[in-house]
Design a protein around this ligand. Structure first.
Ligand code: GLN
Length: 483
């Protein structure tokens, strides 16, 4: 059963070929068995999962079902789950039991989906390799010596090794797409505001966006239909109806125009990755797609602008973790200042500390104009690049990441080289537009992701284009050996 798509699992449950309890037991067994190799879960919620599965079976028996009723999922440990540890990958929240559910979790509960557990992640979603987790690195199921990508590395590994039928992730600068690329799965970062951020622990609020990670575009559509929608509890969530994504997957691509940004195919792109992307372009041509070169001239400014804006916002968001309001408290503080200093010093890891320092510096009175304001202006230039490109094309296509999954430990001493692994994903978050990664081939035995970028709220177009590709290729169906 674990190889089946969400639609197939849903059909099997409806036809009573299998019960949700049986399906949940199968996935729980896989989750427990493979967690030893992959470390993809921080918490496996066995009792909750079985309880929810019983309730799902009752719903199915009563004919009161939705598409995801009874289907076992994993959630990134950034989403608050009532009564369950929600660590955000940090020692700071190691003992935090969330007292409420994130809106995304509420929506999955209402749909009758099963929560198998909480997936590992980089601390506070800061990272590109999952090496910044307090709970240890996640290993890529395709090569256990390599990273799964980050920050949603646990979610990506869970889906790749089928330790859940699908998973949630979040993407602030590439954290859904880059791990999806490294682990050979599909993932979509929706338009900013499409999915509620309520109860999703904040990293950089103007960039953060939750989204699904799954085997295929078809599965992503089913997940996104549940996750998306206006939420009065999130003032930045979009007041727009949610289209029936899964009903719009079969439109012909004849005459669809896709732009190839010349900046995404230059220096820094691994030659084998480039070949995979070129092969995918040929496949799309056979489907009737027309390609045109486009330019996103400010691409080179996206990483520097992001590494001012994101740390600035995180330095503010993470001020609540002070040992009094939230988070780890040190032993025997001498006074208030000692408590703040030691609690934060002990609770936060190295990368999070680095970003808080950078953000505080960039926002300080003397440097605000030079860094923060300038980064915001650059951000506008980057959005304008996309606006111009979308005047001529329907979608944009390129690589998701410049390389395949890299070796564990190979970039930990070089933050800049780590930051550059998001070079093709970060601009999308600065602009707030949707984008996805789908598996498109292999290089050196490791998966390569293809990135599709859309205009605001064009998730349906993206999913349609991805689905059409997946109907004529089988990269998304491949599984790592040994799982
Ligand atoms: N790798 C980027 C960072 O470290 C993006 C992370 C994310 O999207 N959450 O900030």
């Amino acid at each position: 059963m674990h190889k089946k798509t969400l639609a197939q699992l849903s059909a099997a449950l409806q036809a009573k070929e299998i019960s949700s309890v049986e399906l949940t037991q199968e996935f729980l067994a896989r989750a427990k068995q493979f967690n030893e190799q992959t470390n993809a879960y921080i918490t496996i919620t066995e009792d909750l999962a079985l309880q929810q599965a019983k309730e799902a079976d009752a719903r199915i028996a009563a004919g009161n079902t939705q598409a995801l009723t009874g289907i076992p999922l994993a959630h990134k440990d950034i989403f608050c789950t009532d009564g369950i540890k929600t660590s955000c990958g940090s020692k700071m929240l190691d003992s935090f039991i969330a007292p409420y559910n994130a809106t995304v979790i509420e929506k999955f509960n209402a749909a009758g989906a099963i929560c198998l557990g909480k997936a590992n992640m980089d601390e506070f979603a800061m990272g590109s390799s999952n090496e910044n987790s307090f709970y240890g690195v996640v290993k890529n199921p395709w090569d256990l010596n390599c990273v799964p990508g980050g920050s949603s590395g646990g979610s990506a590994a869970v889906v790749a090794a089928r330790m859940a039928a699908a998973a949630t992730g979040t993407d602030t600068g590439g954290s859904i797409r880059q791990p999806a690329s490294f682990c050979g799965i599909s993932g979509i970062k929706p338009t900013y505001g499409r999915v509620s951020r309520y109860g999703m622990i904040a990293y950089a609020s103007s960039l953060d966006q939750g989204g699904p990670m799954a085997q295929s575009a078809e599965d992503l559509a089913m997940m996104l239909e549940v996750m998306a929608g206006f939420d009065p509890k999130d003032s930045t969530s979009a007041q727009k109806d949610v289209p029936q994504y899964s009903a719009a997957m079969n439109d012909s691509l004849e005459g669809v125009k896709i732009g190839l940004p010349k900046e995404y195919f230059g220096e820094g792109l691994d030659a084998e990755v480039a070949t995979v992307v070129e092969t995918a372009i040929e496949e799309y041509k056979k489907l009737g797609v027309e390609f045109a070169e486009v330019s996103l001239p400010n691409t080179h400014l996206s990483v520097p602008a992001y590494y001012v804006v994101a740390p600035a916002e995180c330095s503010s968001n993470l001020s609540r973790f002070d040992g009094a309001r939230f988070g780890h408290r040190c032993e025997d503080p001498k006074d208030l200042e000692d408590m703040y200093k030691r609690s934060r010093g002990e609770g936060f890891g190295e990368e999070v500390t680095r970003r808080i320092l950078v953000g505080t510096y960039a926002l300080s009175a003397g440097y605000y104009d030079a860094y923060y304001l300038k980064a915001q202006k650059t951000r506008r230039l980057i959005s304008d690049d996309f606006k111009k490109a979308f005047a001529d094309v329907d979608l944009i296509l390129g690589p998701t990441a410049p390389t395949t999954a890299f070796g564990i430990g190979s970039k930990t001493d070089d933050p800049i080289s780590m930051y550059l692994s998001d070079i093709y994903t970060i601009a999308v978050n600065l602009a707030g537009i949707p984008a996805m990664s789908i598996p498109a081939g292999m290089a050196g035995g490791k998966p390569v992701g293809l990135q599709l970028i859309g205009n605001y709220f064009d998730e349906a177009k993206l999913l349609n284009a991805a689905h059409k590709y997946q109907q004529v290729t089988d990269w998304h169906q491949q599984m790592p050996e040994g799982f």
